[in-house]
Design a protein around this ligand. Structure first.
Ligand SMILES: Cc1cc2nc3c(=O)[nH]c(=O)nc-3n(C[C@H](O)[C@H](O)[C@H](O)COP(=O)(O)OP(=O)(O)OC[C@H]3O[C@@H](n4cnc5c(N)ncnc54)[C@H](O)[C@@H]3O)c2cc1C
Length: 475
């Protein structure tokens, strides 16, 4: 049977784009369907604009730290901040990267079809385009429709005074007082941006501890360096029960356990950063008998095949945020590559343990693998001892030279074999430093072997070198 395409991808975010590039490399005739902005969340509303805002606001923070600069013999005068120009820095970058991504698909011969794509049946896709409906046959279909911000019930978003990251990245204003609901990496990155630009912040977290996704020891240091010294007030174990937009924004705070109202805040703006939900409605899953889970995620196995009753559905794949497995840009494109490898008959699975993650705050936080509590639990169940070793940025020559000594690296490993289980870093350039640990986990290198790798002196990478050398393994 002949098909219009070897592969049709629904959704041109980083997941779909990564899959398309690899598909072309493997000789597959590929089409990609996009209903919104090419590049999806990461390029238009996520990684790229947020990192541009963080880069600019980070400079402002640095220049305002007179004490730090004076210690290096530098005096600066008045610092001027033009929020509109910072916003343009982000939007110009978005335009450039979106253009590059779109052109790369064209250059490689991927057909881009603009419109709403749907799975119409096995190996069949329909697209609602401005010119009418099109039906395509495809040997394989990849769903990479991504995710959208989750807004809890009781919260009304108007996009002006109460908004999600979709609007926050536009930096339409720098509010005097902003409440940030959620202390995950998105809430934390925006608290870094807003606090550098002069906002007073109230952070509201429903769970008992702030930054619940991080290793507890890292979260504690993060609280000490990213929250306490800044104009940030925190409420953990607290629910933003009702949020009403307006001037002022009214936020009814309740005890997260009893749900009883504690107080009402009146602030200038409120950012809702309470996670993301899959964008999987109305994409024709019912036409192939697939049901998503309660939250809307598409169930997949580690080969990225869509599964139904634990069995793979032939020729149907899903990747990226739509699957809910590590909702990160590089995870989405790694999943895309794995899907293509399997489509081409080369068995491959995603190794989630070796996929790093980072929050681009000042200083940064990064990790790969398990947190210490999860590693301990794994060790208890599997019958091995877990050990950890910590090193500090204040003992690192490069960090001292930079005057950036807040930070720690923690390496968690199996005491018996030295296998790396997790690495967590908070400190300057932590997002770059984590890659070496991620590669080591991917290559299953034990700490006692890593200790022989030679690191450049003086560099921040010696923080990890020292940890590997200090790790004590039983073998
Ligand atoms: C503020 C913020 C900051 C972030 N920072 C980082 C970061 O620093 N690092 C990182 O790794 N990750 C970051 N992320 C997460 C990252 O953006 C996502 O994990 C990533 O974009 C997921 O890629 P995806 O391809 O799965 O989905 P998406 O990027 O969401 O793309 C899906 C695409 O599919 C399209 N689509 C959906 N349905 C259809 C349909 N039926 N027909 C046609 N098209 C359709 C959508 O329009 C969209 O363009 C951030 C996210 C946010 C919100």
């Amino acid at each position: 049977m002949s098909f219009d395409y070897d592969l049709v991808i629904i959704g041109a975010g980083v997941g779909g784009h990564g899959a398309a590039l690899h598909a072309v490399k493997c000789g597959l005739r590929t089409a990609i369907i996009e209903a919104g902005d090419m590049g999806g969340t990461c390029v238009n509303r996520g990684c790229i604009p947020s990192k541009a805002l963080l880069a600019a606001s980070g400079r402002v923070r640095e220049l305002q730290d007179q004490h730090h600069l004076a210690a290096m013999g530098i005096q600066v005068g008045q610092i001027g901040v033009d929020a509109g120009a910072i916003a343009s820095h982000a939007s110009n970058l978005v335009d450039k990267i979106r253009g590059d991504l779109t052109n790369s698909l064209k250059r490689l011969g991927v057909d881009t079809i603009r419109g709403w794509g749907k799975v119409a049946g096995p190996q069949k896709v329909t697209v609602k385009t401005d010119e009418g409906d099109r039906t395509l046959s495809a040997e394989n279909i990849i769903i990479s429709t991504g995710s959208i911000p989750f807004v809890p019930p009781g919260i009304e978003v108007d996009g002006k005074t109460v908004y999600t990251s979709d609007d926050a990245i536009k930096l339409n204003s720098v509010p005097d007082w902003i409440a940030i609901v959620g202390s995950g990496y998105i809430g934390l990155e925006f608290s870094d941006i807003y606090s550098a630009l002069g906002s007073e912040i109230t952070m509201i977290e429903a769970l008992d501890n702030l930054m619940p996704g991080f290793d507890p020891e890292i979260a504690k240091i993060a609280e000490r360096v990213l929250i306490k010294p800044r104009d940030i007030e925190t409420h953990s174990g607290t629910l933003a029960k009702k949020v009403t937009p307006g001037y002022p924004v009214k936020i009814e705070l309740a005890d997260a356990k009893t749900k009883e109202t504690i107080e009402t805040l009146e602030v200038d703006a409120c950012l809702i950063a309470t996670g993301r939900i899959p964008y999987t409605k109305d994409i024709g899953l019912e036409n192939v008998g697939i049901q998503t889970d309660r939250r809307g995620f598409i169930a997949v196995n580690d080969k990225m095949q869509v599964v139904l009753d634990n069995k793979p559905v032939p020729n149907l794949w899903a990747i990226g945020d739509a699957t809910g497995r590590m909702m990160l840009a590089h995870a989405a494109s790694a999943q895309g590559i794995v899907a293509i490898e399997n489509i081409c008959g080369r068995e491959k699975v995603v190794d989630y343990n070796s996929i790093p993650a980072a929050a681009f705050t000042h200083p940064e936080i990064s990790y790969v693998g398990l947190t210490e509590p999860s590693a301990q639990e794994l060790g208890k169940n599997a019958g091995f001892e877990v050990a950890s070793v910590k090193t500090y940025f204040k003992g690192n020559s490069k960090a001292l030279a930079e005057g950036e000594t807040d930070g720690m690296a923690k390496v968690i490993y199996r005491q018996d074999t030295g296998e790396l289980l997790g690495v967590h870093i908070i400190g300057i350039h932590a997002s770059d430093l984590i890659q070496e640990a991620a590669n080591a986990i991917a290559e299953r290198k034990p700490v006692q072997e890593l200790a022989f790798n030679v690191h450049t002196h003086p560099t921040l990478s010696e923080v990890l070198d020292e940890a590997y050398k200090r790790a004590k393994v039983a073998v």
